[in-house]
Design a protein around this ligand. Sequence first.
Ligand code: MTE
Length: 316
Amino acid sequence: MNRIKPSEITPEHVYLSRREFLKTMGIVTASGLLSAACGVTKQEDSPGLQREEELLEVYSTGDELGDPLTSYQDITNYNNYFEFSTSKVEVARLSQNLTVSPWTVSIGGLVNNPKVYDVNDLKNKFNLQERVYRLRCVEGWSMVIPWIGFPLAELITQVEPTSAARYVRFETLYDPAQMAGQKDQWYSWPYVEGLRIDEAMNDLTILATGLYGNDLPPQNGAPVRLVVPWKYGFKSIKAIVKIDLVEDMPLSLWMNAAPNEYGFYANVNPNVSHPRWSQTTERRIGDIGRRPTLLFNGYEEQVANLYDGMDLSLYY
Ligand code: MTE
């Protein structure tokens, strides 16, 4: 079978109709009913046969290492999202009523040109691309996910960071009325994450607005989330409302909660154990058994140079 790399697909909007897609993936029954329980938000049907074929080729081919995509069902029903629940299988149900429109994302801090974007403007302004990435959770499970998104670098360039900007700080919506988990005082809400500016500018780093050709469902971080595929999944912050360029290393929710367990860098590294478990192997959701975990989650070639001169065993 011919293999098409995601990068070979024209980086434009993705047109696969959700109906056709879900049908093809066997997610929709013969009756063709698109249940709201799928958590898929409505998107215009605008197929374009050529594009559909390309996408289905990607979807059936898997990632560049030859592994199949994780099913839509698994990606959208096994979630970490502490704002809603600490139970992965409850998140989908509990997050369905999150209001994701209207939604604005502000981007400012140490920049010459701060902006506030409506999320629809973000989707129109930046070229949405299909990116098939592995996601490796620090807990030891992993998935292969076909995201729709655009490089964060494009957004950062728009706001013109000043020379004082060294890090990027991301913040999730804070709304305990909608996100009951935020009533749990043990965590320092809102969820915050950060990247060094060169990590944020790396081409692999995207802001995702969709998966499997459709808008993100709430449980996966709608309407917009970060995806940093060479780092443990907790860096990939969901439901972002604020992005700031800052001088000092941001303190993330997890660094606050358990500084001896979750560091700032959080690069996937099989050679550095979590204090309570080994990181040498992982369970790919949908597989039986475990597989070796790859350094930088298999993206070593693209990102290892970001850490030249750093002793990786010291940075977790
Ligand atoms: N973002 C927010 N706001 N809240 C969270 O609890 N969990 C993180 C990350 N982003 C989390 C979050 C963790 S631990 C993981 S592994 C991934 O989201 C899971 O993403 P997924 O549910 O789309 O697979």
